[in-house]
Design a protein around this ligand. Structure first.
Ligand SMILES: Cc1cc2nc3c(=O)[nH]c(=O)nc-3n(C[C@H](O)[C@H](O)[C@H](O)COP(=O)(O)OP(=O)(O)OC[C@H]3O[C@@H](n4cnc5c(N)ncnc54)[C@H](O)[C@@H]3O)c2cc1C
Length: 503
């Protein structure tokens, strides 16, 4: 468990909950015998004190020690959205207590596991239900399963599985939460071989708006289980635990190819052609971009690389990559044998950080030359920023085992796409608002230029507050069924945010 800073005392006058709305009609009950939603306005200290007393974990208020370390979202763009209280939950019962309290008081709540929501949706001005302490991971060797607490992150999962030589496809960034990752799909360098993270899910426990702790799987509350595999975090309840099936893993090989910027067109063409024909064992991310504040800096800090994993030996991988190596000669080539666990360390990466905006789109075929040119042209006019992560575009090989599951079998719709394309820009606190606006306009223009080449869909885990037609883009033909599940489990819309599913 991660250490919890002890709070001082709960003190101060009545607190205004800035995100208060009524929850009339919610079938909640059981919190201190009160079932009435609070009127819009203030939530008295006595209510917060009551919550504090009811938790085995900790309630942290703005005036408490440690508030500053608990309040921040990963994307600091949303840092101004600070919670009126953080319920640091130690048990599923604490989660239930927090949910019922929010339902009764009308204070907006948001669940936070890894805190990596691109859109800042695990930040709230109301009650932040922090699940970070529920990070226990238990492996059942006999069953070949792993049970993960909602607060566990990629690194906790990998660390627990390594001694058993078994894995599931999880994410690349060590600190991304398994909760958000799974609920929105979850892909990584093993997904073309092992499927998405949500494809390995066997059951999950959910605290609903009514305060029920429901076990859901293929038999029990199967509609909720369906929705928890791609229906997106923060929509139906708060998941407290996930059980996944695992697959034995052993040795793999990895590669990284770095090119000069001039090679962008040839490298993109060759890598995409390879991906279209490659076996499921092969994965790939090709990405490039620039960083810097001045034009001179930006020009000198343009990078392009491809990296990925192959479930097979390095000599086979080299053979597979040969057409790429011949079509666009890289400046640097790394192709090596690794254990699965060394490969995971090789890929560990946490960009973007600081303040940023990310968009995504799916492609059914390779990005044509004109699309690649649009990206190169965009980098030429990127306004720059002080964030060392800069701006750029990355394409991930989709397909393989991801397509073994039908689009309606789980709530994850994007099964037949061949590439996921992400665009992003980052900036820093010291950058002036005009530069931030210029960066967002730049991202918007790049997205617009790439629009002709996508299939109209986008990845719900790269959730983008600027995306307009998001219901269709994230959930496709599954949206109507998701609204039914929402209606069944959260009829009062307790779990809501700007792009949440409505019943
Ligand atoms: C640096 C970085 C790297 C990334 N790399 C990858 C990657 O390799 N592959 C990939 O697929 N995605 C990746 N993502 C996207 C990532 O999958 C999503 O941002 C995901 O939602 C993060 O989950 P979280 O638990 O960390 O986030 P959170 O911000 O805690 O949660 C995300 C959403 O789910 C809700 N939520 C959180 N916990 C729960 C819960 N227990 N029950 C119900 N709802 C909950 C939140 O309220 C929020 O709406 C990356 C994101 C970042 C920032």
């Amino acid at each position: 468990m991660r250490p919890v800073s002890r709070r001082r005392v709960l003190q101060g006058g009545a607190v205004t909950a800035t995100a208060v709305t009524g929850v009339a009609g919610s079938p909640f009950a059981g919190f201190g015998g009160l079932v009435q939603a609070a009127p819009r306005g203030t939530v008295p200290d006595s209510a917060w004190e009551e919550l504090n007393r009811s938790l085995t974990g900790t309630l942290i208020r703005p005036e408490d020690d440690g508030y500053n370390t608990w309040g921040h979202p990963q994307n600091l763009r949303y840092d101004a959205k600070r919670p009126a209280g953080v319920a640091v939950c130690h048990t599923a019962r604490d989660v239930r207590t927090a949910v019922l309290w929010a339902a009764r008081t009308g204070v907006h709540l948001a669940a936070r596991s890894g805190g990596h929501s691109y859109g800042g949706y695990s930040a709230t001005t109301g009650l932040l239900v922090d699940l970070g302490q529920l990070d226990r991971v238990r492996v059942d060797r006999r069953e070949g399963t792993v049970t993960v607490g909602a607060g566990a992150r990629n690194t906790d999962l990998y660390n627990a599985l390594q001694p058993f030589g078994a894995a599931l496809s999880a994410g690349r960034c060590p600190t991304v939460g398994i909760s958000g990752l799974t609920l929105g799909g979850g892909f990584g360098f093993s997904s073309r071989m092992l499927g998405l993270t949500c494809d390995s899910l066997l059951r999950t426990t959910v605290v609903t708006a009514a305060g029920n702790l429901l076990e859901s799987d293929a038999v029990r509350h199967s509609d909720l289980f369906w929705a928890c595999r791609g229906g997106g975090g923060g929509n139906f309840g708060i998941n407290t635990e996930f059980t996944f099936r695992t697959t034995p893993v052993d040795r793999v090989s990895v590669y990284q190819l770095d090119w000069d910027w001039e090679d962008v067109p040839a490298a993109f063409a060759a890598v995409q052609a390879l991906v279209m024909a490659a076996p499921n064992a092969f994965s790939c991310r090709i990405g490039g971009g620039a960083a810097g504040r001045t034009r001179k800096e930006i020009r000198s800090r343009r990078t392009l690389s491809a990296l990925g994993q192959y479930f097979g030996p390095a000599d086979e991988l080299r053979e597979l990559l040969d057409p790429v190596l011949r079509a666009a000669r890289p400046q640097r080539v790394l192709i090596e044998n690794r254990t699965f666990w060394q490969a995971k360390d090789f890929f560990y990466h946490s960009v973007p950080s600081g303040r940023y905006a990310v968009s995504s789109r799916y492609l059914d075929r390779p990005l044509p030359e004109r699309g690649v040119e649009a990206f190169v042209d965009a980098v030429d006019v990127w306004p720059g920023s002080s964030n060392p992560d800069g701006a750029g575009m990355a394409m991930f090989a989709w397909g393989g085992a991801i397509g073994d599951t039908g689009p309606r079998e789980t709530a994850f719709w994007h099964r037949s796409a061949r590439f996921l394309l992400a665009t992003e820009t980052t900036w820093a606190e010291q950058d002036p608002p005009s530069l931030v606006r210029a960066n967002l306009a730049w991202l918007n223009a790049l997205n617009h230029a790439l629009e002709p080449y996508d299939n109209g869909y986008a990845y719900q885990n790269f959730i983008d507050p600027a995306l307009r037609d998001w219901k269709r883009a994230y959930y496709g033909g599954n949206y109507p069924r998701l609204t039914e599940v929402k209606h069944a489990y959260d009829p009062g819309d307790l779990f809501r945010f700007r792009q949440s599913i409505t019943g």
